[in-house]
Write a protein that binds this ligand. Structure first.
Ligand SMILES: [Ca+2]
Length: 664
């Protein structure tokens, strides 16, 4: 092959790896794009990699000696295309042309290395296509001043089996605001070399402020199936329009700016979608045939808001533990923090264990089997009384019981917030959480050694009583977690200061705001509810065939499972149960909290279920979840709300086949 231009060092690295690893490409994830290299050089270098691979293969790798020469001739032809300026698509065409021949002409043991080199080459040319791309403002269907691709990186194939992700082009970009003082929306788009012609948006969490892991898994996702990027999806997600400081997803300082607040509240997913589709079109020469949205918590809200407001963008959504009525959820969060901040009201981890075990004793068996999972939560809510763990006399007498103040605080968690003022969204209450049997932040030992318990503690009650000023986080003994106040402590403090009161000094006593009777702040809260609370009218999405999967951990105390029940009931009221059955499913997951839970964290292949429904017309039924937590591997049926998994009375309690979805 004739070639022009310089050859970046990474080509040599690849060849070295090939030689030293017996032609097995080792994962060396990130190959920075050579700055200043021309598109021709980069496409040409990619082609050279493939050419050199064919040359380096031993004769024994080929079924026939002539095959090597034929493949090299084909590369020469592609090289001629490059010389003619047709580098756009030349290598993609090459792959298509010789893919069949690889399986026929090259021995099986060498095929993976050849495919790997080709895919890396294709990812490289995709990066060429989109590098430095200007995204015109007119291509984004909301007001912006346009966008830009700020970097492209070729990421080599890595992983095996379910963890395998083929080579892809990692694209970073930004969307500029109309208000020059507003922060940009920063986003990531991953473009796989082997594209399935579909796209998947990832939602964020908390107040966002960083990228979701768009190369990672779907929430509640399976560990034995490939992640969306590994399946060939072009994936994307954004920071929702601000870059968080050390408080991460609890940082709400951006809310002082109207455009940034609006981006977080509702606009960023649309702007990101439009920019991502523009980039996908530039990279592959066509738009995605199907586009899905996956998100949990705030990301679940983003998914539900996206299909409601921009129904034509989306063919399906997986909305997990969604904070769909976020303004209302935040008011409940404020109510809980005020309760927990009261003198003597905050239960320490030892007392949480006492409460948890009392609920288990009372409720675990109500589903037919004492398996450490409360599956019949409705029955539990009806019978459990926290007075069973009341300290004698109601005063705090130590770690074996709860005082009256502590019982009052957990009762607040269990009961709804009622808004004694008009909310523009029309929502006038937020339900309580299923706190009986919920993990409120047990120690890791008390949670059975659950590896992700640090996250559970972080997202629930933490280990410091909430107050203002908010106590700082400190390193947790289990890397990389931190310990501090309840997640909602700083979260509500930030929101009240910057979004509601708009106190730039940050000195306001935020716990003084009564969320049910906010007085002078009622109007502002009501205005915020217009965008933070999501309408449940998804009729346009439904009319064009959109499908929706909802799932929520039954013992979630950050976003209430009962709030998703409210969403579901709203769908039922609007469409009627028979119609809802044609486009939506809602599964409650016993044992799981907010995204995690030591008792049970589901690994559920929701994406395949959604694909089958949208693309093949096969509605989900008999869905199974595999525990990925302490008792990894045990299975349960995912039951359609309002049913729950009831033990049959015999059979292996670790097998879904021993349970039947029941509502009584
Ligand atoms: Ca049970």
């Amino acid at each position: 092959m004739k070639r022009i231009g310089k050859r970046p060092g990474w080509i040599l690295s690849v060849l070295f790896c090939l030689a030293s690893q017996g032609l097995t490409l080792v994962p060396s994830p990130q190959i920075p794009t050579a700055q200043g290299a021309s598109a021709f050089d980069r496409a040409s270098d990619a082609l050279t990699t493939v050419e050199n691979l064919f040359k380096a293969l031993p004769d024994s790798a080929f079924e026939n000696r002539n095959n090597r020469n034929a493949l090299l001739k084909r590369i020469d032809a592609t090289s001629a295309q490059l010389e003619a300026g047709a580098y756009v698509g030349a290598i993609k065409t090459l792959k298509g042309d010789i893919e069949d021949k690889i399986s026929q002409w090259i021995v099986v043991s060498q095929q993976a290395a050849v495919i790997d080199a080709l895919e890396t080459a294709i990812a490289s040319v995709i990066c060429v296509e989109v590098d430095g791309l200007v995204i015109p403002a007119r291509s984004i269907d909301l007001p912006t001043t346009g966008g830009l691709v700020t970097s492209t990186t070729v990421v080599r194939a890595a992983g095996t089996g379910a963890a395998a992700i083929g080579a892809y082009c990692k694209v970073l970009g930004e969307i500029s605001p109309v208000d020059p003082t507003a922060p940009k929306i920063k986003f990531q788009v991953d473009l796989p070399a082997t594209w399935n012609q579909k796209a998947m948006a990832f939602g964020g969490g908390g107040f966002d402020g960083s990228f979701p892991s768009v190369a990672g898994n779907v929430g509640f996702g399976p560990t034995d199936q490939k992640v969306p990027l590994g399946r060939g999806y072009a994936t994307f997600g954004s920071d929702s329009g601000h870059q968080a400081g050390p408080l991460g997803s609890q940082d709400c300082l951006f809310a002082l700016n109207d455009e940034a607040l609006r981006n977080f509240s509702v606009d960023a997913p649309k702007k990101t979608h439009d920019a991502a589709v523009f980039i996908i079109n530039a990279g592959y020469g066509r738009k995605p045939k199907k586009t899905y949205f996956m998100g949990g918590s705030t990301g679940g809200r983003e998914a539900l808001a996206a299909i409601q407001r921009w129904p034509h963008d989306w063919d399906g959504a997986i909305a997990l533990y969604p904070a769909w009525n976020d303004m209302s959820a935040l008011l409940q969060g404020q109510r809980i923090m005020r309760a927990m901040a009261a003198p003597g009201a905050y239960p320490n981890q030892a007392k949480r264990k006492v409460l948890y075990e009392a609920a288990m004793t009372a409720c675990d068996h109500l589903d037919g089997v004492a398996d450490g999972i409360i599956s019949n939560q409705t029955a539990c809510n009806a019978i459990f009384n926290p007075e069973v763990v009341r300290c004698p006399g109601g005063t705090d007498t130590g770690d074996t019981c709860l005082s009256d103040a502590q019982i009052a605080a957990v009762n607040i968690v269990n009961t709804p917030a009622n808004f004694n003022f008009v909310m523009a969204s029309g929502l006038q209450s937020y339900p309580g959480d299923n706190v009986w049997g919920a993990d409120l932040g047990l120690t890791q030992a008390d949670a059975g050694g659950y590896a992700l318990q640090g996250f559970v503690i972080f997202l629930t009650l933490g280990i410091f009583q909430p107050r203002v000023p908010v106590p700082a986080y400190v390193p947790y003994p289990i890397f990389p977690f931190v310990e501090g106040p309840p997640y909602l402590g700083p979260f509500m403090d930030q929101f009240m200061k910057y979004a509601v009161v708009r106190d730039a000094t940050g000195t306001f006593d935020t716990l003084s705001i009564d969320p049910e009777n906010p007085g002078p702040y009622a109007h502002r809260i009501s205005e915020l509810s217009r965008e933070l609370d999501t309408s449940t009218d998804i009729s346009k999405f439904v009319a064009r065939g959109g499908k929706l999967l909802l799932a929520h951990g039954l013992q979630d105390v950050l976003v209430s499972t009962r709030a998703t029940e409210v969403y579901w009931e709203s769908l039922q009221a609007q469409f009627g149960p028979a119609h809802v059955d044609k486009f939506a499913r809602f599964y409650e997951v016993p044992g799981s909290g907010h995204a995690f839970g030591g008792a049970f964290t589901p690994g559920w292949d929701s994406l395949t279920a959604l694909e089958n429904w949208v693309e093949k017309g096969i509605a989900p039924k008999n869905q199974i979840a595999t525990d990925t937590a302490v008792h990894a591997g045990r299975t349960r049926p995912l039951c359609e709300y309002p049913t729950w998994p009831k033990y049959n009375g015999s059979g292996d309690p670790n097998s879904a086949s021993s349970f039947t979805c029941a509502d009584h």
